[in-house]
Design a protein around this ligand. Structure first.
Ligand code: UTP
Ligand code: MN
Length: 584
């Protein structure tokens, strides 16, 4: 466990709030033996299998596998991060959090500075003729939409914003903290110059950062605010503040890749749309979505990068309990181009036809094989079955039937292959992995374990090491910083090495980027890369198994011997299975 104020605060909160009260406000709980029981709020069920233990101060669901403490519950139920959940509970229970989280005192000030900057850019786009306005007009964006999204312009002088903010009495270090300015020697200069400015707002409508698009061609195309106390990409979605009402009404959200996709769709009358801010979709973003809807349609760019991002995004969403589908535009490279050319009706037609999770994943695997060839058909089935194993049994069943019809291989044979290794996969969701790494989730937890350091180093050396085995995916990095860096690497990975340092730096906050630099320099793998990779993966697998073992033990200890007999037997089997694997 990492030492850090976040942890102490976590303990403080846990000792002061009773999980039964907190859960009991949103879930009807009934006393059952020494525990409380109710209908799980994290998945659809009729008979209650959600158990809260007052003595252990944890919850667990025998249906979907969600487990955690009071903070984990609040995080997940309200779609907050650790800090947000801690703050919510602290406020309610009168716990003083002052200074507990680095920088939380000056957050209000940072929001205010961002708001001033946004106002400045906003006016600059409107007051007199400027390239930003012309550019957006040429892209067909209306006055109304420019206003709605608060779009602005950063001119190409060196210190326009800096002078403006300085005049308002704002300190340079705050501007630096927000990534609005940089310093060179004794001089400060604006970071965003000659760009169309897209303010990024959180769901309370506060400006947390900016994306600035270069006018015309140039690198980088978009410059984004650096991570700060008020801006964490992984926790936010662009446009959600404007979309959220429609998302609730339509009970669905369309996720796109780019700022311009959001804006064009919105202008085209598709208003339940947000973008994941140029990173791979994160768990936290999925949880944020779940505050509004369980139905997600991924509409990423039509190119290979977009489609493989969708492929990965699906898993993240699925693990968080969302129903996800994929919409691929059939004309133009992205939803922006598509809707401009074809209009709302055509987009809605595509929406109707969006492929469900399983179809999309299986079809993607299928496209790599020639089904007329016997051997390839078998290889395809192996790949498909792997995908089925990540699904709930009922869903997998539907696909087994489909696959049988499609390949002419008997249902029985597919089922046999499917059940072969299925036992250890059952019923465990990502939530538990998060719980297992709570120590890495606090804001000060910056240590990356050696295994993770080595893996990151290998990924920087060669793109083939970013292809990590399915059974460890998502649980490879337990430290929060390791995970953030890994997400950044995969988000920009184009298979080439050396990796694009500039984008890496842009995606990561200073601390993570600095840490990565140290890893790059200090971790050495002299000619033994493949060997080390194998060892690391094995280590991670073992650790994951141990974590699972621990979770199962907790669940068994919480189960009600009379009511949960079946589950207990099932859990015991899983436990034995895992212990056997660990011994191997
Ligand atoms: P795209 O290049 O698809 O963006 O990148 P876009 O919105 O369609 O851009 P236009 O239409 O050419 O203006 C998708 C997203 O990835 C992030 C941005 O969030 C962008 O909207 N990105 C892209 C960056 O952060 N930096 C870049 O240099 C490029
Ligand atoms: Mn685009």
């Amino acid at each position: 466990m990492k030492a850090g104020s976040g942890i102490n605060i976590g303990d403080e909160i846990k000792s002061r709030c009773n999980i039964v009260d907190v859960v009991g406000r949103v879930v009807a709980l009934k006393k059952a033996g020494s525990n409380y029981k109710g209908v799980c709020p994290f998945h659809n069920e009729k008979t209650p299998s959600f158990v809260v233990s007052e003595t252990k101060q944890i919850f667990t669901c025998f249906g979907c596998g969600a487990t955690g403490d009071v903070i984990a519950f609040v995080e997940r139920y309200y779609g907050l991060d650790f800090k947000g959940a801690a703050e919510m509970l602290a406020k309610e229970y009168g716990i003083n959090l002052d200074g507990a989280f680095r920088g939380s005192k000056n957050k209000a000030e940072l929001y205010e500075i961002n708001r001033q900057a946004a106002t400045y850019f906003f006016r600059a786009l409107r007051e007199r003729a400027n390239p930003g306005y012309t550019y957006m007009k040429n892209r067909g964006i209306s006055e109304e939409i420019l206003n709605k999204f608060g779009i602005g312009y950063a001119d190409d002088r060196w210190d326009s914003l800096y002078s403006f903010l300085k005049e308002k009495g704002i300190q340079e270090d705050k501007m630096m903290e927000l990534g609005l300015i940089s310093r060179s020697g004794e001089r400060y200069y604006d970071k965003f110059r000659g760009r169309v400015m897209f303010p990024i707002m959180n769901t309370s409508g506060k400006v947390i950062g900016f994306g600035g698009r270069m006018i015309g061609d140039g690198e980088p195309k978009y410059l984004n605010s650096q991570e700060s106390d008020v801006f964490q990409k992984k926790n936010n979605l662009y446009g959600l503040n404007l979309a959220s009402d429609t998302v609730r009404k339509e009970d669905a959200i369309i996720l796109v890749e780019g700022y311009m996709d959001v804006i064009s769709l919105y202008q085209g009358g598709i208003r339940n749309v947000s973008a994941s801010l140029g990173t791979a979709l994160t768990e936290n973003q999925a949880r944020l979505i779940k505050r509004y809807t369980d139905n997600v349609i991924l509409s990423y760019d039509a190119d290979e990068a977009g489609q493989s991002a969708a492929f990965r995004g699906l898993d993240v969403l699925y693990k968080e309990g969302c129903r996800a589908r994929v919409l691929k535009v059939t004309d133009g490279k992205d939803p922006d181009e598509f809707i401009k050319k074809n209009g709302r009706g055509a987009f809605l037609e595509l929406l109707d036809k969006a492929e469900p999770y399983g179809d999309f994943k299986i079809n993607r695997v299928k496209s790599r094989y020639d089904l007329d060839d016997d051997q390839q058909r078998i290889d395809f089935l192996r790949g498909a079955v792997k995908i089925l194993r990540s699904m709930k049994a009922v869903e997998a069943d539907v696909y087994i039937k489909k696959l049988a019809a499609e390949t002419g291989v008997s249902e029985g044979a597919i089922r046999f292959e499917y059940s072969g290794n299925n036992s250890q996969e059952k019923g465990f969701t990502r939530a538990e992995a998060v719980l297992g790494s709570r120590g890495g989730d606090d804001t000060d937890g910056t240590d990356i374990p050696p295994v993770e350091q080595e893996l990151l180093k290998l990924m920087l050396l060669d793109a083939r090491f970013t292809a990590i085995p399915d059974d460890t995916e998502g649980e490879l990095f337990h430290s929060s910083m390791g995970r953030v860096i890994y997400e950044a690497i995969t988000a920009i990975d184009d298979g080439k090495r050396p990796i694009d340092e500039y984008r890496l730096q842009e995606l990561l906050d200073e601390k993570s980027y600095g840490y990565l630099g140290l890893i790059e320099k200090n971790v050495i793998t002299p000619g033994r890369e493949d060997e080390i990779f194998k060892e690391d993966i094995a280590t991670v697998r073992r650790q994951n198994l141990k974590d699972k073992e621990e979770k199962i033990r907790i669940r068994i200890s919480m189960a009600d011997e009379d009511e949960n007999q079946e589950e207990i037997v099932d859990l015991m089997k899983q436990l034995m299975d895992i212990q056997m694997q660990i011994r191997k």
